[in-house]
Design a protein around this ligand. Structure first.
Ligand SMILES: Cc1cc2nc3c(=O)[nH]c(=O)nc-3n(C[C@H](O)[C@H](O)[C@H](O)COP(=O)(O)OP(=O)(O)OC[C@H]3O[C@@H](n4cnc5c(N)ncnc54)[C@H](O)[C@@H]3O)c2cc1C
Length: 409
């Protein structure tokens, strides 16, 4: 770890001066849509700037290209970076989920090569986990990887891969031994998104965004160096990945830099909206808006408390499911409050309608209860691993995967 003799205040002051001299102001930034390849080029360019300025990968270890500093330094930097254009789109999943997972379970070579490249703005990573047959039952996936000499040949399909079109590699979970019980025969691969045999399509959502992709693997060949962790021990890797995903989605990752969400799904400002709608005096609207704001405040404090608990060892990693679950509730409360405040205008999506964003935002109301594993899964984790309640019944536990009945009644 870096010699942290530089105080947080000195680091903050240095960051403030550097940001003012080097990073573009958010107010001047071109609003690039997710469709636009320039969006990704811009994010990489901004990341390269952060790296050149010595403010990239603040919490990643120095040997892998980071600064090796405690989270308080990252928080100070993120606070100072408000109002500047930041490569927010690289935070989730590339840094906070994929690089964080490689840091925990990747080989020394993978850590040096890929974490370093991501910090320098040269590489972006994404996740190939969910499949068309289901995401909640992740361990029941059917994409298979078969040995061919020392290589692996991968066939199958993945879906809902966020920002995969902008990524260079995907962490891809595949079944390598169908004779083992479902959790035991899996292996994680670091798959190039442009590997021969991989076909990627964008998925356009009802709100017009298309950050999701689906991928089809037709005899994608990967060498042994693409295996992350050990062969048939992919569940260990996936478990770390899911932990980092819950932490990131819940808002508590130490590996994200800067605040805010990618521009494709930014949340309208609720107080501004109520004023514009002329409904600031309506007691019902005031109560709903107040409740939504309270939810946000509680969420922020919950993230801080649970993150500190996990970091200090007072809480198990499974506690990351608590802010993750609350994030979904908070997102839904906000989406509802926005619609209530905007009234009927929220339902009329037409160019020039000042409240169009509210209606579009509402279409993604449920995203928070699915991304990072569904809310029901989060509740299961909290009850089983945090509260010590009995495990959910599973008819397929301990049975070889190829003997489990699927798609039958
Ligand atoms: C914003 C967002 C980003 C995402 N990014 C990625 C990504 O980058 N990469 C990736 O691979 N995937 C990604 N996903 C997919 C996500 O992981 C899945 O949507 C999620 O795991 C749920 O899987 P599913 O959609 O197949 O729903 P299903 O598994 O079909 O579940 C449908 C419903 O049934 C419920 N259910 C299922 N099993 C149980 C049970 N045992 N008990 C109680 N209820 C149950 C679920 O909770 C859910 O409400 C993303 C999703 C979202 C919304």
């Amino acid at each position: 770890m870096t010699d942290t003799t530089e105080s947080i205040e000195s680091f903050r002051a240095r960051a403030r001066a550097w940001l003012a001299d080097n990073m573009p102001r958010l107010a001047d930034a071109a609003r690039l849509s997710g469709d636009d390849p320039a969006h990704w080029e811009r994010a990489r360019e901004l990341q390269r700037k952060l790296h050149a300025g010595g403010f990239a990968g603040i919490c990643f270890p120095e040997e892998y290209g980071g600064l090796g500093l405690p989270y308080a330094y990252q928080q100070a930097f993120s606070e100072e970076a408000e109002g500047y254009e930041m490569p927010i789109v690289l935070n989730i999943p590339s840094f906070s989920i994929c690089c964080a997972t490689l840091l925990d379970v990747g080989s020394e070579e993978q850590k040096r090569e890929h974490i370093g490249a991501a910090i320098r703005g040269e590489e972006v990573l994404c996740q190939f986990l969910s499949e068309p047959s289901g995401g909640s039952d992740l361990a029941g996936l059917i994409t298979r990887a078969e040995r061919d000499g020392e290589n692996w040949v991968i066939n199958g399909a993945k879906i809902w891969s966020t920002f995969a079109y902008g990524a260079d590699y995907g962490l891809c979970l595949a079944r390598t031994d169908p004779e083992k019980p479902k959790h035991d025969g899996l292996t994680m691969f670091l798959m190039p998104t442009r590997a021969p045999g991989l076909t990627m399509n964008r998925i356009r959502m009802s709100d017009g965004t298309d950050e999701f992709c689906e991928e089809f693997f037709d005899n994608v060949v990967l060498g042994p160096e693409h295996v992350v962790g050990r062969v048939n021990d992919g569940w260990t890797v996936a478990s770390r990945q899911l932990y980092h995903e819950r932490t990131a989605v819940g808002g508590g990752s130490i590996y994200t830099s800067g605040y805010g969400q990618p521009p494709t799904r930014s949340r309208p400002d609720i107080v501004d909206l109520v004023r514009r709608a002329g409904r600031a005096a309506d007691p019902d609207v005031r109560r709903t808006v107040g409740e939504a704001i309270v939810m946000s405040t509680v969420h922020e404090q919950l993230v801080e408390r649970v993150s500190a608990g996990i970091e200090g060892g007072h809480l198990p990693p499974a506690a990351a499911s608590v802010p993750r679950l609350f994030h979904a509730e908070e997102t839904e409360a906000h989406a509802d409050a926005l619609v209530r405040a905007a009234g009927a205008s929220a339902a009329v999506a037409s160019a020039g309608n000042a409240f169009e964003d509210v209606g579009l935002h509402y279409l993604c109301r449920q995203a928070g209860s699915l991304g990072g594993g569904s809310s029901e899964m989060a509740r299961n984790l909290i009850s089983e691993r945090l509260l010590g309640m009995p495990r959910e019944q599973a008819a397929d536990r301990g049975i070889p995967f190829n003997q489990i009945k699927r798609g039958t009644r």
